[in-house]
Design a binder for this molecule. Structure first.
Ligand code: UT7
Length: 331
């Protein structure tokens, strides 16, 4: 009997209406449109506005639309995993809140926190539930309201991030398609270069932590940049070799969108031409857990059944990895 694999059978996203462009940022901090475009590759990003609006307010509509697209009911879902670094609250898990908002009642749900690699960590985890044979419909949603942890007076971080959610449905298949192989890695030493200092159990929130701006993203950009370039390139090449893939047999590279220069360096190392690489960082910025599903959603019509896709990400932790996915449908 053929091995059961997890196939991505539908994809949907939610993008908040408000668009924060480089010109507006120029008025907020000492930066320039030119610097942001050339150093990072971003022109604009979407921001979730509204009192009391959180990550689940983007993830829930993304999931609702996903179910409608596939023509299935919330009752059919067995498991929902949410990848996020900006949960609605410390607990319960945002996945539980999303399930409630969507009316998913027959499933269990939990969050995964692997920073910018969360979506690929969640995809691999979800695929194992499908491969077990016990779960038939599993949703992975990557969602982040990065604007809730960004200091808009710090030019080193505020130009980079955006808000969004992207969701995929996984279903079992015995065809030669679906999530075929993966390599995931982490190195907790990397935390010194990218983290949020306060709000956890080591340093709970206090007047002092708020005054010291310790609830915002702390990033040592160049150190993270170097680690991202080498690790993302290494892991994709390792996955290519493991699966006898070449730059000719790979149809698409879907990289996490953190910096255009990191994406280009990864593609170069793989020997891939630009037309095989999904890039949309210019319109969304780094939406952390939503970058990869947004790319797949935008390129969905170009993907053909059987296409060889490599998904890759690098993020806080450090965490990184790559997935080999054979696309499951023509749209
Ligand atoms: O997705 C999660 C993982 N995160 C990443 O992968 C991010 C990786 N890092 C990066 O993408 C880049 O390091 C950044 C985009 C964060 C920064 O770019 P960089 O080319 O590494 O800049 P830098 O930090 O080395 O700074 C170079 C100069 C500095 O000025 P001086 O000291 O040379 O005078 C910065 O102060 O650029 C300055 N700078 C800016 N100037 C205008 C930093 N941010 C800005 C800005 N506008 N927004």
């Amino acid at each position: 009997m053929r091995k059961v694999r997890a196939a991505i059978t539908a994809i949907n996203v939610f993008l908040p209406d408000y668009i924060l462009n480089n010109e507006e940022l120029e008025k907020m901090v000492d930066t320039s449109d030119e610097w942001i475009k050339t150093r990072v590759g971003i022109y604009e990003r979407h921001i979730l506005k509204g009192e009391g609006m959180g990550t689940s307010d983007m993830a829930a509509p993304a999931v609702k639309g996903l179910l409608e697209k596939r023509g299935i009911s919330p009752d059919d879902v067995d498991l929902l995993i949410c990848a996020t670094v900006t949960p609605d609250m410390q607990f319960p898990a945002t996945a539980n809140i999303i399930s409630d908002k969507v009316g998913i009642k027959n499933a269990f749900s939990f969050d995964i926190n692997a920073a910018c690699s969360g979506f690929i960590y969640a995809l691999v985890s979800a695929s194992k539930f499908i491969e077990s044979g016990d779960y038939k419909k599993v949703i992975v949603v990557g969602a982040d309201k990065m604007s809730s942890i960004i200091d808009y007076s710090n030019r080193e971080t505020c130009v980079i991030f955006g808000d969004a959610a992207g969701a995929v449905l996984l279903e079992p298949t015995t065809e030669d398609i679906g999530i075929t192989d993966s390599i995931l890695k982490s190195d907790g030493y990397g935390r010194v270069h990218l983290h949020q200092k306060a709000g956890g159990s080591c340093k709970p929130a206090s007047h002092e932590t708020v005054e010291a701006k310790e609830h915002y993203v702390y990033q040592e950009g160049p150190q993270v940049f170097k680690a991202a370039v080498s690790n993302m390139a290494d892991v994709t090449v390792e996955l290519m070799n493991k699966n006898n893939l070449t730059n000719d047999t790979i149809d698409w590279l879907i990289p996490h969108q953190a910096n255009l220069r990191i994406i280009e360096a990864t593609a170069k190392r793989m020997g891939l031409s630009k037309d095989k690489v999904t890039v949309n960082i210019e319109r969304y910025g780094n939406t952390t857990n939503a970058t990869i599903p947004i790319c797949m959603w935008e390129w969905e019509k170009k993907f053909k059944k059987g296409d060889n896709l490599i998904l890759t990400a690098f993020g806080g932790g450090f965490t990184w990895g790559a997935l080999f996915v054979k696309w499951a449908y023509n749209s």
